[in-house]
Write a protein that binds this ligand. Structure first.
Ligand SMILES: [Zn+2]
Length: 188
């Protein structure tokens, strides 16, 4: 049996799927075993027993929940699901100063785990991956209209336009202004 950590209990309360597939929770009051993200009930912490396999839980007398069906393998691996959640944060909140620490907290995992997951799926460090997302968005914004470069810099998460320009130049080998001009000229 596993300890019900604060992180696990948080995931159960918030019904996030971070631990699904890695942890099965038996609810003492109902004798049912669930994925931690199960939406059917909000168990009291003292009524939760955590197991690393479903078998251990059923051997302890818990029956698989009819709602979350812990006996059926999830279509997606826990790591893939975690990465999908990472992407959701990174691609929707890149204008914020996203730190590894903050994102790890949002996802109820350790910064090391987050770093490893991003590396596994992208081959990049979290900072590099985030830069890639920001640069792709900057590219779109530069081509989409006539927003001032300072505004674009801010919208993709840079506090200063000079920092943004340096980073953009390093990434694409061309300054944002030149990039926009060249593309516009090229398109007639
Ligand atoms: Zn359930």
């Amino acid at each position: 049996m596993l300890t019900v950590s604060d992180e696990l209990y948080e995931a159960i309360c918030r019904r996030t799927s971070t631990f699904d597939g890695r942890v099965y929770i038996g609810i003492v009051s109902t004798k049912i075993v669930c994925f931690p993200s199960c939406r059917s009930r909000q168990p009291k912490r003292e009524n939760i027993r955590a197991y690393s396999t479903l078998l251990e839980a059923t051997q302890d007398g818990f029956r698989p929940c009819k709602r979350c069906r812990p006996e059926q393998p999830k279509g997606e691996s826990p790591a893939a699901e975690l990465f999908r959640n990472v992407e959701k944060i990174m691609t929707s909140r890149f204008e914020e100063p996203l730190t590894l620490q903050w994102m790890a907290q949002e996802l109820y995992i350790s910064p090391t785990h987050l770093q490893r997951t991003i590396k596994e799926f992208t081959g990049l460090s979290p900072a590099e991956h985030l830069t890639r997302i920001r640069m792709a968005r900057a590219q779109e914004l530069l081509l989409a209209g006539s927003l001032p470069i300072a505004t674009i810099a801010k919208q993709v998460g840079f506090r200063s336009v000079s920092h943004f320009t340096v980073r953009f130049q390093r990434f694409f080998n061309v300054s944002p202004a030149l990039y926009r001009r060249a593309r516009h000229d090229g398109n007639g």
